[in-house]
Design a protein around this ligand. Structure first.
Ligand SMILES: Nc1nc2c(ncn2[C@@H]2O[C@H](COP(=O)(O)OP(=O)(O)O)[C@@H](O)[C@H]2O)c(=O)[nH]1
Ligand SMILES: [Mg+2]
Length: 372
């Protein structure tokens, strides 16, 4: 009998010991996962969560997923609220008011909102919509607004195809201070170099030495040639020299960084126009692209900016940056619609992999939280 009690006590002791050691190791495992997620965005979709939990490096995440991750603020703070409006019912006048409010909150602009609301009313009369019907309607409406304008985009902006006759494509990048011009050029040079293109970058922001150094780092890393001048040098001269170097080297691309300026400063806008025109001495068709960088957080105010830049420079397209840092990523739709200018690239972070061409379907799916 005594030995039975002793054996039971031993078994009990072993069980307690195993349970204690399991309890000790669990919180550590959990802590690691939580810390890992903290460094990522807070609102991540299920697929992304799985990838992060699996310990995949951020560099292994595709651009589509980065876009979804980057637009999570706009999605959760604005667009996903469509579901709360409907609560299972069909659309009523109350719903319409809430939808109008949501669209203004998304900063998509008065003209586009009015047009959208009119179209919703008409469609709902013909065929009453529920939540899914409305989401589908929204997707189609927004897509039809921007797709025709996006179709004018020159594909050589994002994919390099070697041609028998070497021609240097000149891209001038402009915008207000801090919009993301230099970073975007760094990312773009990296992407084009990775496709085998030869790239010359002109550091025409001669006002700030730090901006030139920042660009030098990107160029050194990507293998692009950088043309720089002394601080305070004439920016038009640097642009000219950069294009001359690009033509001498028969480079595929010549990308010009410019100093940020406020669209209201007439003298600075004139200087930019001069920098653009001086390039024509070397190539009458240069620059082939003049792209305005817009920080997503600017929302509808970007319209005024863009109109002024367009007046001085005849822009060919836009670059929409920092979509990851704002809930206003949806404003891209009305900006494209109002200006009739396509978005060439969209930026959702600070690394080279966080920039890619603006794909309407991917952007709208990420914004509205639809499965592709
Ligand atoms: N989160 C985020 N930051 C960005 C993005 N693009 C640029 N930035 C940051 O914005 C800041 C200003 O960028 P910069 O390229 O120097 O702007 P510039 O004055 O227009 O040349 C830098 O800290 C960049 O790292 C983006 O898409 N997402
Ligand atoms: Mg800069």
């Amino acid at each position: 009998m005594e030995w039975v009690i002793a054996l039971t006590a031993v078994v009990l002791l072993i069980t307690v010991f195993i349970l204690l050691s399991k309890a000790k190791s669990k919180p550590t495992e959990h802590k690691e996962i939580v810390t890992e997620k903290k460094s990522e965005e807070i609102h991540v979709s299920t697929t992304e969560e799985k990838r992060v939990d699996k310990g995949l490096e951020k560099s292994e995440i595709s651009f589509k997923e980065r876009l979804r991750l980057g637009l999570s603020r706009s999605r959760t703070e604005v667009w996903s609220k469509v579901s709360q409006i409907f609560t299972g019912n069909q659309m009523s006048d109350d719903h319409l008011d809430s939808i109008e409010e949501l669209l203004y909150g998304a900063d998509i602009g008065t003209a586009t909102v009015s047009e959208l609301i009119e179209a919703v009313k008409k469609k709902n009369k013909e065929e009453p919509m529920d939540e899914n019907g409305f989401k589908q309607f929204l997707f189609t409406f927004l897509k039809e607004k921007i797709s025709p304008i996006q179709s004018h985009l020159d594909s050589s902006l994002f994919s390099f195809v070697p041609e028998a006759e070497k021609k240097t494509k000149v891209i001038m990048v402009v915008g207000v201070n801090g919009a993301g011009k230099t970073t975007t050029i760094g990312k773009l040079a990296t992407k084009l170099r990775a496709q085998g293109a030869s790239v010359v970058v002109g550091a025409c922001d001669t006002f700030r030495a730090a901006a030139v150094d920042q660009l030098q780092v990107w160029c050194d890393r990507s293998g692009a040639t950088m043309i720089r001048a002394k601080e305070g040098a004439n920016p038009s001269g640097v642009g000219y020299d950069a294009l001359q170097a690009a033509l001498n080297q028969q480079a595929d691309y010549c990308i010009l960084d410019t100093a940020g300026r406020l669209h209201t400063k007439e003298n600075l806008m004139d200087e930019l126009a001069k920098s653009k025109n001086v390039l024509k001495k070397l190539d009458p068709n240069a620059p082939h692209q003049v792209l305005l960088v817009i920080d997503a957080i600017t929302g509808q105010n970007a319209l005024r900016q863009a109109e002024e830049f367009h007046k001085s420079l005849n822009l060919t397209g836009l670059i929409f940056t920092k979509c990851d840092g704002s809930s206003k990523a949806g404003s891209a739709v009305s900006i494209v619609d109002q200006l009739k200018l396509p978005i060439a690239y969209i930026g959702v972070g600070e690394t080279a992999q966080d920039l890619d061409l603006f794909n309407v379907d991917d952007y709208l799916n990420a914004l509205l939280g639809r499965e592709a």
